[in-house]
Ligand binder design. Structure first.
Ligand code: ATP
Ligand code: MG
Length: 190
C-alpha cells in the first residue's frame, strides 16, 4: 500500500481507523501522539519537553516534531507503506514531510480526511477521559485542542487539496459505514 496520511480533528478516529487500515493492508503506523506519550512515560528529556505542551493542548514546536518524525520514519521496516496518524498538523510540518519523503525517493501517497461534527467529537473525548484517563482529555484542554486544530491544522486540508491528495470521509453515525467507505477507496489503490 502507498503511504497514507490520516487527518482530522481531535477525537475524529484517526487512531481507531489507522489500526483497522494497518491490519487490512499490513502497513507501518506512526502515531505522533503515541510516540510523545511513550517518551513522557519513560521520563526522557523529550518527554519532559512535550508534557507541558500536551497538557495545555498546544502543539509541540515544529522543528522538534519534524526531527522526531524523521527518526521514527527511518526506524520503520522498509518496503511497506506507512500511515501517518497525527502528523502533519501544520503547513510547516506538511512541507517538511514532503521534502523528507522526496529525499528518500518515497511518495507522499494519499490523505484521508475524517469529518466529524463537534458535538460527537466532544462526547467521544469526554468518554475517552473516563476510559483511558489521558491527561489532555478534560473539557478545558479539549476546548484548547479544538481551537488549535481550527487555527493551525484545519487550513492544511487546502494544502492537501492543492497537492491532489485530499479524500474526504464524513461521519454519518456508524463506524462500519465509515470504514467500508475508506476501505472501498483504499482498495482501488492497491
Ligand atoms: P485523537 O488521537 O483522538 O485524534 P488528538 O489528535 O488530539 O486526538 P494525538 O494525535 O494523540 O491526539 O495528539 C495529542 C497531543 O500530542 C496533541 O494535542 C499535541 O500536543 C501533541 N502532538 C501530536 N502530534 C503532534 C504534531 N504533529 N505536532 C505537534 N504536536 C503534536
Ligand atoms: Mg490518536
Amino acid at each position: 500500500m502507498k503511504n497514507i496520511i490520516i487527518f482530522g480533528a481531535p477525537g475524529s478516529g484517526k487512531g481507531t481507523y489507522s489500526d483497522e487500515i494497518v491490519n487490512r493492508y499490513n502497513m507501518g503506523h506512526i502515531s505522533t501522539g503515541d510516540v510523545l506519550r511513550g517518551e513522557i512515560k519513560n521520563g526522557t528529556e523529550l518527554g519532559k519537553i512535550a508534557e507541558g505542551y500536551i497538557q495545555n493542548g498546544q502543539l509541540i514546536p515544529d522543528d522538534l516534531m519534524i526531527s522526531i518524525l524523521a527518526k521514527t520514519y527511518d526506524a520503520m521496516p522498509a518496503g511497506k507503506g506507512v500511515i501517518f496518524d497525527g502528523f502533519p498538523r501544520t503547513i510547516a510540518q506538511a512541507e517538511a514531510l514532503k521534502k523528507m519523503l522526496a529525499e528518500r525517493n518515497h511518495d507522499m501517497g494519499v490523505m484521508i480526511e475524517l469529518i466529524v461534527d463537534e458535538e460527537t467529537l466532544l462526547a467521544r473525548l469526554l468518554n475517552r477521559a473516563i476510559e483511558q484517563g489521558r491527561a489532555d482529555d478534560n473539557e478545558e484542554t479539549i476546548k484548547k485542542r479544538f481551537a488549535v486544530y481550527h487555527s493551525q491544522t484545519a487550513p492544511l486540508a487546502e494544502w492537501f487539496e492543492k497537492e491532489g491528495m485530499r479524500n474526504t470521509f464524513t461521519w454519518k453515525g456508524s463506524k462500519e459505514t465509515m470504514l467500508s467507505e475508506i476501505f472501498a477507496f483504499l482498495d482501488t489503490l492497491k
